[in-house]
Design a protein around this ligand. Sequence first.
Ligand code: ADP
Length: 158
Amino acid sequence: MKTSETTAFYPGSFDPFTLGHESILLRALQIFDKVILAIGVNDSKHYYFTLEQRIDMLQDLYTDNPCVEVVTYSDLTVLAAQRHKATAILRGIRSATDFEYEKNLADINRSLTHIDTVFFFSEPQYSHISSSMVRELLRYNYPVESFIPQNLKLPKGI
Ligand code: ADP
């Protein structure tokens, strides 16, 4: 049954958030009433930006947009999506490799909770952009402005 407000649960590390992520989010807002940017916390993973830095960056970026909410979660993605009353999980696909991986995850998630995953193919001009590429550039002090949203404020001293 369709609820009155549709909510997409957009999970990711967002380490950092890129133009590719932003494009998926903005396109999803054409279809969903609300998008929850859900930063997944995995203790066994090492992140470039701390959790607090990633929360701050995203909250600051969408502070004027009431249709975007930023949350964190450290359990299974589907359980977190269910807790937030999501209509669907949202993911982006850049390549055949992404597709294979995401299809498997979507099948498992749907079998666990009946929550479907909605996919957006990346826009061609963003399909080469990844957080890991941005991190690599940052490590070598290379400018990353052309890969991240204009208003995303990276923490000073990075
Ligand atoms: P994860 O660690 O879960 O892969 P990411 O932050 O790397 O988290 O990515 C979150 C989502 O955004 C994934 O669905 C990923 O495929 C998608 N994504 C990342 N970069 C792009 C891009 N350039 N274009 C479209 N989707 C993207």
